[in-house]
Design a protein around this ligand. Structure first.
Ligand code: NAD
Ligand code: COI
Length: 331
């Protein structure tokens, strides 16, 4: 099978090479993203796989259709950047990789929590300014003595609860769907109670329209003074203006933001501006009690291999059987 792959990172190349050696597939690897400008490069391929957080616009699906390509396998989980109506209109079936490694994101959330609880940013700042004695004065908190609120108890949330159980933290949870979580110790509570009683709140829900600004100024005001907010979920879950204000007033003690609200706009503007910068990003970046990361919670060897293998397997499944358990439609 001939497959065109877009958004290919260097770390993926060994896994693509291994796949090609094992299956005999011909793989055309493009570092560029799938856009109306690049979609024509898929000419001659039977299927396409892609990795990107910027939008899959209608022109991409029209371009695929024009080349007779009807399958697109995303090498990631989130589908909030896909125009499903356009995909359906042009007859393009889409799959994703729903669980390449929930542990990667859950472990990253724990790393953020420990960094913020021990004031590592302040310590680094002092050492960089040659204030050795000052750097020894930032009294930390222990995760085992914290109450952690996990919002969303799906694949990643569950993994996180297990890790938090290992640390000995008290875990409050909130999910819009009741689910049994065998083997995990946690207390399901309404969101308002979770926000009011948690020392740390970690978000693991999708970026649906209903979840837009789930954490807004009103929600932040109900959190414990000095609490920590972690968002490795989706960019639109947190009202960043309200977040910056809550950090400035001391209402919030710290934040770990892997999925930043203006990520898509900033990424799209990056090539024109030459830098990833906007006033809110700068405001967050300047604060030692904020840990910003560029949407990399997922980025581990285990996850990357699983993303490549699962996406390519989906394309074969679609070619052989006409369907896949990992088809997504945006419903
Ligand atoms: P999942 O679908 O397994 O679980 C999501 C859970 O959230 C579900 O149980 C759902 O019922 C619940 N939910 C939805 N809206 C809710 C709300 N308003 N309040 C409470 N619960 C709600 O998803 P997952 O695989 O655990 O992924 C969670 C999030 O992490 C997704 O947004 C996903 O895109 C994102 N993600 C981020 C990264 C990263 O690198 N930062 C990587 C992969 C996935
Ligand atoms: C996802 O898989 O949905 C992620 O959030 C990772 C990303 C960089 C696309």
């Amino acid at each position: 099978m001939r497959i065109a792959a877009f958004g290919v990172r260097p770390s993926e190349r060994p896994y693509f090479a291994k796949w090609a050696a094992q299956t005999g597939d011909a793989l055309d690897l493009h570092p560029e993203l799938l856009t109306t400008e690049t979609v024509g490069w898929a000419q001659g391929a039977q299927a396409v796989t892609c990795f990107q957080t910027v939008p899959y616009v209608p022109g991409v699906f029209a371009g695929l259709k024009a080349q007779g390509i009807t399958t697109l396998a995303l090498r990631n989980t989130g589908t909030d950047n896909v125009d499903f109506a356009a995909a359906a209109q042009h007859g393009v079936a889409i799959t994703n990789v729903p669980a390449y490694s929930p542990a990667a994101i859950a472990e990253f959330a724990i790393a953020d929590m420990l960094y913020l609880l021990r004031h590592t940013g302040l310590v680094q700042q002092d050492l960089q300014a040659d204030r050795y004695q000052q750097a020894t004065t930032h009294l930390g908190r222990e995760l085992n003595s914290c109450t952690v609120g996990v919002v969303g108890t799906g694949r990643i949330g569950r993994k996180l609860i297990g890790l938090l159980n290992g640390f000995g933290a008290k875990v409050l949870t909130h999910d819009t769907h009741d689910a049994q979580l065998p083997g995990l110790t946690h207390t399901p509570v309404p969101l308002s109670q979770l926000l009011a009683q948690s020392d740390i709140v970690s978000l693991h829900v999708p970026g649906t329209a209903a979840n837009h600004h789930l954490i807004d100024a009103a929600a932040l005001a109900t959190m414990r003074p000095g609490a920590i907010l972690i968002n490795t979920g989706r960019p639109n879950l947190v009202d960043t203006k309200a977040l910056v204000a809550a950090l400035a007033s001391g209402q919030l003690g710290g934040a770990g933001i892997d999925t930043y609200e203006n990520e898509t706009q900033d990424l799209l503007a990056l090539s024109h501006r030459g830098h990833f910068r906007d006033p809110q990003w700068q405001a967050l970046l300047a604060q030692p009690n904020v840990l910003l990361s560029p949407h990399i919670a997922y980025y581990t060897q285990t996850a990357v291999q699983s993303m490549v293998d699962t996406a390519l397997a989906c394309l074969h499944e679609l070619a052989d059987r006409g369907t896949s358990a990992l088809l997504v439609s945006g419903d």
